[in-house]
Design a protein around this ligand. Structure first.
Ligand code: TXA
Ligand code: MG
Length: 343
């Protein structure tokens, strides 16, 4: 299969969006841009198309997909017993990086929900993708567009790297504005619980809802007898080929600790201001240490970049625990298999 890279501009936009919607309607696979990461999309109501997403990614069958909708009015097509709070959050934060878990209607095939009686719904903040969903008149099921276990993709080129020849097309809308996946919040429990930290900081949600707990799978490795509430949280994730060690603590101190731990074959992920410390080693930057949005935008491309370099070990400065950095540090710690050095 020849995978098309479709880059809409002012002249060809209408035709390309129609072509993309036709791919969805005919049961094909389409790389879609969102504000968080690129998604691997298909008709979320078509069991065969959805099964092909799992096959293309090598994704475990018990890990449910998120349904993407163009606006809040589609919520009732796929969910029941929707609490008022869900409408309030949609009103405040959609389109945006927030996925809400709600009781699912029978309209959603069990393949999409991986057998659960709930479904995750999100309205992405990308005009092209929302328009494709509207034109297709289908909710688009889309996990992150990466081979299962690898770091997610924040550019169309990265999606091509993982899926060229195996999907119908990728819509290229440039690099993603946020760079880490959506925050997943379970609305079926009171108070709601965060199952996956993401692009919508917990503090922003807490300002509306009050205190929210975060599932323990987000911060540490689970013990053998523990189950995460979000199936995806139990799998090894975001991992480049070389093993990663994450250094947590104050930035000056973690930079010094990495410098002391350096050996031949090391690759470094660090904040911009510490690059000169690692002269002679391959370095990927997360941006300035105070710039959480830059960390989010850089984390996956930094991890993926080392797969093209001859490094045997990756040492990384880990962002702090607050705001958007919480999601970035979660991704980095998972990439490290929770191999963490606290400085
Ligand atoms: O930003 C995002 O959310 C991206 C873009 C493409 O929208 N999508 C994404 O999908 O990250 P995925 O499949 O890579 O991650 C979805 C996460 C998984 O951890 C999955 O287990 C969880 O959401 N999830 C989905 N449906 C769920 C459900 N019904 N109950 C609990 N967790 C669910
Ligand atoms: Mg994913």
């Amino acid at each position: 299969m020849d995978t098309k890279l479709l880059k809409p501009d002012d002249k060809n936009k209408d035709a390309l969006l129609k072509e993309a919607a036709a791919i969805i309607r005919s049961g094909g696979l389409l790389g879609i841009p969102t504000e968080t990461v690129y998604g691997l999309g298909a008709d979320g109501l078509n069991p065969r198309a959805v099964t092909n997403i799992f096959l293309a990614k090598g994704r475990p069958q018990d890990n449910p997909l998120i349904l993407h909708v163009p606006d809040v009015s589609w919520l009732e097509r796929y969910c029941h017993d929707i609490p008022d709070l869900a409408y309030e959050l949609a009103d405040l934060f959609w389109p945006g990086p927030l996925t809400m878990i709600l009781p699912k209607k029978d309209t959603v095939p069990s393949e999409t929900a991986a057998g659960l009686d709930t479904v995750g719904i999100r309205c992405p903040a990308n005009d092209l993708t929302r328009e494709i969903i509207r034109l297709a008149d289908r909710p688009v099921a889309a996990p992150s567009a990466n081979i299962s276990g690898k770091p997610s993709c924040t550019t169309a080129e990265a999606v091509m790297e993982d899926f060229s020849g195996r999907i119908d097309a990728v819509i290229d809308d440039g690099p993603c504005g946020i760079g880490v996946e959506s925050t997943v919040i379970d609305m079926t429990v009171t108070p709601p619980q965060i199952l996956r930290p993401g692009g919508m900081p917990a503090e922003t949600l807490e300002a509306v809802i009050g205190s929210i707990s975060v599932d323990k799978a987000a911060t540490r490795t689970l013990k053998a007898d523990e189950t995460p509430r979000s199936p995806g949280m139990k799998y090894r994730h975001y991992a480049p080929k070389a093993p990663v060690t994450a250094f947590t603590g104050e930035a000056d101190a973690t930079a010094r600790a990495i410098k002391e731990a350096l050996s031949e074959g090391c690759g470094i992920i660090c904040f911009e201001e510490y690059i000169p410390l690692f002269d002679g080693f391959p370095v990927q930057t997360l941006g300035q240490s105070h710039d959480a949005l830059a960390h989010a935008r850089h984390i996956f491309s930094a991890l993926r970049a080392f797969d093209h370099l001859p490094v045997t070990r990756i040492l990384a400065q880990c962002p702090g625990p607050d705001g958007l950095d919480f999601a970035v540090s979660n991704r980095l710690k998972k990439a490290a298999g929770f191999h963490i050095i606290e400085v």
